[in-house]
Design a protein around this ligand. Structure first.
Ligand SMILES: Nc1nc2c(ncn2[C@@H]2O[C@H](COP(=O)(O)OP(=O)(O)OP(=O)(O)O)[C@@H](O)[C@H]2O)c(=O)[nH]1
Ligand SMILES: [Mg+2]
Length: 242
């Protein structure tokens, strides 16, 4: 099996060696990691270069010239993974919000689906119990009251960022038509997946708060993401299953 885990990083120097060690400890045969780093000021890029030496042939990094955003980082990473001949491509954050422990289950289920989504909003899914009611409310509202009705998306967690794709599903998406740069990238991928009538499986996850480092999800970033949902609908409402 050939599995590439794509991890975009911006200031994750302290998380990266730990998440790499946990991923390689999973005992998933053929698992490789690709980091896409945006010239993080905390030197995540150099940490990644060290990891390339520690895990030869299993760990790679793409260095980009500046903070170019989560969306383009994933598109570059996915394209690289497809060119490397990956059968399955996993996307996850570096900050342990997405626990590597779910990956074996995702890989077990993905052969019968186009994509398996780590979901916070199906039965059994949960947000960190340390989150304030306000943070929970905002997250729930953004997903359930805003994004899903605006787009008519059936996936319960339309803003999820932890997914395991069949390589062929990523090819069918046509990555060149995905243009979101920020966090709304996840929503764009979810919407196009549904337009293409992909077989989507949601599995419940416990979404832990980031262990180390700082959130990049500021209020203006959240507002922009909310408004971008309309742009996504406008751009892709005509997409038809192939
Ligand atoms: N390459 C790249 N990675 C990014 C960028 N912005 C965020 N990331 C990474 O994308 C992942 C998710 O970002 P987070 O800051 O954790 O965002 P979040 O999970 O929505 O917010 P938190 O509540 O802080 O965890 C992390 O691995 C980040 O390092 C970016 O502009 N470029
Ligand atoms: Mg996070």
């Amino acid at each position: 099996m050939s599995v590439i885990v794509v991890i975009p990083t911006y200031n994750e120097a302290n998380n990266l060696p730990k998440i790499a060690a946990e991923l390689f400890a999973l005992d998933v045969e053929g698992l490789r990691i690709l980091v896409v780093d945006d010239d993080s000021p905390d030197n995540t890029g150099q940490v990644a270069d060290e990891l390339v030496k520690t895990y030869p042939d299993r760990f790679d990094v793409i260095h980009r010239k500046g903070k170019m955003g989560l969306g383009t980082a994933y598109i570059e990473g996915f394209q690289w993974a497809l060119n490397q001949g990956a059968e399955y491509v996993i996307q996850m954050d570096a900050d342990f919000s997405h626990s590597p422990s779910y990956i074996p289950m995702m890989l077990e289920r993905v052969p019968d689906f186009d994509v398996v989504v780590g979901s916070r909003y199906i039965s059994g899914g949960e947000l960190d119990e340390r989150w304030s009611w306000w943070r929970r409310f905002l997250s729930w509202w953004a997903n359930t009251v805003w994004t899903r009705p605006v787009l008519g998306v059936r996936t319960k967690d339309a803003t999820a960022g932890f997914k395991c794709w069949q390589a062929d599903a990523l090819r069918r998406i046509g990555l060149e038509r995905i243009t979101s740069n920020g966090y709304v990238f996840q929503v764009e991928m979810a919407y196009v997946s549904e337009k293409l009538r992909f077989r989507i499986l949601e599995i419940p996850i416990y979404f832990e708060d980031r262990r180390i480092g700082q959130s990049k999800m500021t209020i203006p970033v959240k507002i922009e993401a909310a408004l971008r949902v309309f742009e996504i609908r406008w751009r892709h409402h005509n997409v038809k299953p192939t």
